[in-house]
Design a protein around this ligand. Structure first.
Ligand code: SME
Length: 265
């Protein structure tokens, strides 16, 4: 069992205990706590960041771990987490350093155990069979792939426009928004992969002439075409802020993910 599983199980056990004795006021407070972190004018991730920094300044390790888990689930990256923790460090001063150490140890455990590729493939099959619709399923897949693979900084799908076979349109994605919501076939890495009908692995995007930059932090990219009846109908696109992030193992794993998608089309 991971530290996260242990923590969540114990938290759940204690919450049940609280609810056993809770009166109306206790229940109201718990419900208010939950509602406060729900998406409103601010998105969930921003609210979790606020919860995390407050927990660090107040030096509550349980609260810090809880918010780190929620930040991870909301798609936070390590770069974002260190910036948020730094705000807590500045506000709280050196007294928070022991908590900062433990927070980063916990965060490392959350992001550096991606799980075996086999378990991720099984998860992909489950998502595609249980989601209520295909677009929700692809959104979940993007979120999971990004969360469980620390080097995947942007994960998204492009689909051939049904009214224009020479154009790719952005579908579900997880990561920073991109200006490239439409890509002509042949343009950029995505457009070339669609035209050549083959996987492209780019170890250093700075060396590419036919490349569309979504974010200057991106250093490597993989694009895998998705086929239906021998034609490319879309593709899985993943960017990394690490140079040469995509190994042969990644390529095989991601091509398997795409095969699972193709069987569910
Ligand atoms: N870099 C891609 C554009 C899409 S973004 O990576 C999201 C390309 O060159 O086609």
């Amino acid at each position: 069992m991971t530290e996260k599983d242990r923590f969540q199980r114990e938290r759940e056990r204690l919450n049940q205990l609280v609810m056993k004795y809770a009166n109306k006021e206790t229940k109201r407070f718990f419900s208010l706590d939950r509602q406060t972190y729900e998406k409103g004018a601010l998105d969930e991730k921003t609210k979790e960041f606020a919860g995390l920094v407050a927990s660090l300044v107040l030096r509550c390790d349980d609260c810090i771990f809880y918010h780190l888990i929620r930040c991870r689930e909301a798609g936070a990256t390590s770069d974002e987490i260190i910036e948020i923790l730094n705000i807590g460090l500045i506000v709280g001063g050196s007294i928070v350093i022991p908590h900062l150490r433990r927070a980063l140890a916990r965060w490392g455990e959350l992001v550096e155990v991606p799980g075996s590729y086999e378990s991720q493939l099984q998860r992909a099959r489950d998502i595609l069979t249980t989601a209520s619709d295909f677009s929700k399923a692809t959104q979940k897949l993007c979120n999971e792939l990004r969360q469980r693979n620390p080097l995947f900084d942007w994960v998204g799908f492009y689909w051939i426009n049904p009214d224009n076979a020479r154009e790719l349109n952005l579908g579900a994605y997880s990561g920073e928004p991109t200006e490239h919501v439409t890509i002509p076939v042949g343009k950029g890495i995505c457009g070339q992969a669609a035209e050549r009908k083959e996987t492209f692995v780019i170890q250093d995007v700075r060396l590419e002439e036919n490349y569309l930059s979504c974010n200057p932090a991106v250093l490597s990219e993989i694009v895998i075409p998705i086929f239906s009846k021998g034609e490319v109908i879309g593709e899985l696109d993943i960017d990394s802020h690490t140079e040469a992030a995509f190994t042969d193992e990644h390529r095989e794993f991601l091509e398997e993910v795409v095969k699972i998608i193709e069987t569910r089309l």
